[in-house]
Design a protein around this ligand. Structure first.
Ligand SMILES: Cc1cc2nc3c(=O)[nH]c(=O)nc-3n(C[C@H](O)[C@H](O)[C@H](O)COP(=O)(O)OP(=O)(O)OC[C@H]3O[C@@H](n4cnc5c(N)ncnc54)[C@H](O)[C@@H]3O)c2cc1C
Length: 357
């Protein structure tokens, strides 16, 4: 039986694993962190549920909708359509109604956070946590590929390897891998086109909830310090009764400028907020045009690779016939969980076709 090794347990890697498992294969997934989901991440802080990465998930196909319904049953965490609309704002902070067609599409949230979707994909799969893969090595052995860590220790042997970290991290891995030079050049030519935006994601808790007719605001011209501002308290289960829970995902320029000033963590419970978070609060308050009162606390996550700006071509990366495959949001047209999942499903089909061919 073909042994498949998948690097990364984000939406794409788990989707590859789930689709192969449905075809009676037993892939192994290697994940460097201690949890599944990657950027589809949920954190529990101070009685709140915070979706620091993806906020809500679209289901433009029956297969994706089926997965959402399955997740609600298997995780016992209700999934719901966040019906309130997304509006837009510009560099000057002028707010206008969003696209009615886009707002008519369901956008899913979960009582216990968006990570319920990726937990569902992970269910029953062989996921090995805390395993940081450094490189892939071609061998002349029974298995054509070996995965190695930074110390050169062998982590796995496989017939096919699926790489799913964000494009620049995948490029770094391929650059140090021991594979045919022409294949490496071909892959790096494609992967080197991929660029990502950074994002400081800041959750702010307030003693009360601002009354607005929208769920979230999106900065349409990418010129404002804030890229996305969401009222997370409208998601059932995400904040205690009456508490305002806002999530400001900062734009690339702001995030880059302040990157070294703040680390992931919770701030302001026992004292004033660090200056960069006080600035975020100031920008948030300006968009609401209201006095929100002082934040009770703030929780930060730092995404070095948040969303792809430029992407790579799925076909070019996945048609080398080498046994190396690539999935993730950077081979889709934009950074979205459902697109990362679909890229994983496509790769699983290619692997199955190779095996049967
Ligand atoms: C701030 C923000 C807001 C977003 N908002 C939305 C939204 O509202 N809706 C939406 O649909 N999408 C949104 N997205 C995008 C969405 O989260 C991503 O497109 C999607 O989760 C990408 O999945 P992926 O599997 O391609 O990559 P990832 O989720 O990045 O998964 C890659 C995995 O590989 C692991 N990995 C990396 N290197 C190694 C290694 N060397 N060895 C082993 N494992 C490794 C990582 O730890 C990670 O778990 C948002 C993302 C961010 C950051």
């Amino acid at each position: 039986m073909t042994q498949v090794a998948i690097i990364g347990a984000g939406a794409a890697g788990l989707a590859v694993g789930q689709a192969l498992a449905q075809r009676n294969s037993t892939p192994k997934i290697y994940e460097k962190s201690l949890s599944v989901g990657g950027r589809n991440m949920t954190r529990q802080i101070e009685g709140c549920v915070i979706d620091h990465g993806a906020q809500c998930i679209k289901t433009p196909s029956p297969a994706l909708l089926h997965l959402v319904n399955k997740s609600a049953t298997s995780t016992r965490s209700p999934a719901y359509d966040i019906r309130l609309p997304i509006w837009v704002f510009n560099a000057s902070g002028v707010i206008t109604e969003g696209d009615p067609e886009l707002n008519a599409e369901p956008k899913w949230g979960w009582h216990a956070g968006v990570n319920m979707l990726t937990k569902t994909l992970a269910s029953g799969l062989d996921v090995r946590m805390g395993v940081n893969v450094r490189k892939v090595m071609e061998t002349g052995n029974r298995y054509p590929y070996t995965l190695l860590n930074a110390e050169g220790a062998i982590l796995a042997e496989a017939d096919a390897v699926v790489l799913t970290p964000p494009g620049p991290q995948t490029a770094e891995m391929i650059a140090v891998s021991v594979i045919d030079q022409m294949l490496k050049d071909r892959l790096l030519a494609e992967l080197s086109q991929v660029t990502y935006r950074r994002c400081l994601s800041v959750a702010l808790a307030y003693a009360r909830r601002p009354a607005v007719p929208w769920y979230a605001l999106l900065n349409s011209d990418r010129q404002h310090p804030i890229a996305w501002l969401a009222c997370e308290h409208v998601k059932p289960g995400h904040a205690p009764e009456g508490m305002g829970l806002l999530l400001a995902q900062m734009g690339h320029a702001f995030s880059l400028e302040h990157w070294d000033e703040i680390d992931k963590g919770t701030y302001g419970k026992n004292g004033p907020l660090p200056p960069v978070l006080a600035e975020v609060h100031h920008h948030v308050q300006a968009l609401f045009a209201a006095d929100l009162g002082p934040p009770l606390w703030a929780d930060v996550h730092c995404w070095r690779y948040a969303l792809p700006d430029t992407t790579a071509d799925f076909e070019r990366l996945n048609s080398t016939g080498s046994g190396l495959f690539f999935a993730g949001d950077y081979v889709a047209e934009q950074g979205r969980v459902h697109l990362a999942i679909e890229s994983g499903w496509r790769v699983a089909e290619l692997i199955a076709a190779t095996r049967n061919g």
